[in-house]
Design a protein around this ligand. Structure first.
Ligand code: DAH
Length: 338
């Protein structure tokens, strides 16, 4: 009998359960009224007195072991049940959705405003050639904008460069599209500038181009007034100052009434009441002809603005570097329907 007790001891030690049914079958098999111990104790009664003492000790040890094992298995099962005690049918924690980058927000808003008056979007390459960035836009060969200081050239080849403005897309579109043309061109531009709060080597622009018969400076002015009021509020005033760009004649720079003081004068507008936001003008006939558009039949206007510049006015964030660092603490603050 002692041999069998040793075998049962091993069996009990190895007993492994994963659920309540298996726990119950342990109890039935060993500890219940008809279980192993009931049987063994009946058998014990029949043993001869000389071996009873030693066998009794083994039998009692085995029973203690089985009772302890039962308690241990029960505790283990209760612990593992606790791990899953959450209500698995509950909905999960709401996920915080990301926010759009302020440059994207402003770009989308500008695109949406111009789409209301019939402008569609086109894009062009960031790596360009001299023709589309400069020559096709009537830049004289010795113009300072071609200078190594401003332009990133690719592999010392002066013909291949990173575009310094989105006006290059004007040329691409004029080459491939017969007028009427009414388009805007958003995109990244690159200039060889030292990075500071006010300048960066990468920034974003949106260019506009409108070419048709009888397009006048009044059309340009009305289009930009509409844009300024949609973007910055219906009380916004605009002011056009004569300027110079090789690709427009006449050319102008547009100011808007200060978004902070409304024109009364404050330190943001340096007490002028106005802030400069874009360059514009009537497309120079040389530019139309360079892209094989008949300048006797067609006229047009163009304008170009910096997206970060508008973002700075709108959000009052005056350090350009913040727009490129992608610090989520900065980006998460922007929310909009665009
Ligand atoms: N390309 C000019 C720049 O980067 C902006 C500009 C000025 C665009 C006048 C135009 C324009 O289309 O007519 O500074």
């Amino acid at each position: 009998m002692i041999d069998r007790i040793a075998k049962y001891s091993e069996e009990i030690e190895k007993f492994h359960i994963t659920n309540n049914d298996e726990l119950e079958s342990f109890r039935l098999q060993y500890l219940s009224k008809k279980g192993l111990f009931a049987v063994l104790f009946e058998e014990f009664k029949t043993l001869s007195p000389d071996i009873k003492k030693a066998t009794g000790q083994h039998l009692n040890h085995l029973k203690e072991k089985a009772v302890l094992k039962y308690q241990e298995l029960k505790d283990k099962l209760a612990d593992s049940a606790k791990e899953f005690s959450g209500d698995l049918t509950l909905p999960s924690e709401p996920l915080k959705s990301g926010s759009r980058h302020p440059v994207s927000l402003i770009r989308r808003e500008i695109v949406s405003i111009f789409s209301k008056i019939g402008f569609t979007v086109a894009e062009g390459p960031e790596i360009e050639d001299d023709w589309h960035v400069f020559s096709g836009l009537n830049f004289p060969q010795e113009h300072p904008a071609r200078d190594m200081q401003d332009t990133f050239f690719i592999e010392k080849n002066p013909d291949i460069l990173l575009r310094t403005h989105t006006s290059s897309v004007q040329v691409r579109v004029m080459e491939n599209t017969a007028p009427p043309i009414r388009k805007i061109f958003p995109g990244r531009v690159f200039r060889n500038e030292a990075i500071s709060a006010r300048a960066h080597c990468i920034f974003h622009q949106i260019e506009g181009l409108y070419i048709d018969e009888n397009v006048s400076f009044a059309d340009l002015k009305q289009t930009l007034l509409f844009f300024a009021r949609e973007m910055l509020g219906e009380k916004t005033q605009i002011r056009l100052r004569p300027s110079f760009f090789p690709f427009t004649e006449p050319s102008a720079e547009m100011d808007v009434s200060c978004t902070i003081c409304g024109g009364a004068g404050c330190n943001v507008c340096k007490y002028t009441g106005f802030l400069e936001i874009l360059g514009c003008g009537m497309v120079d006939p040389n530019v139309l002809e360079a892209s094989s558009i008949d300048s006797k039949k067609y006229t047009g206007f163009a304008f170009g603005m910096g997206i970060e510049r508008i973002a700075m006015l709108k959000y009052q964030v005056n350090d350009l570097r913040l727009y490129f660092e992608n610090d989520v603490r900065f980006i998460n603050q922007f929310n909009s329907s665009y």
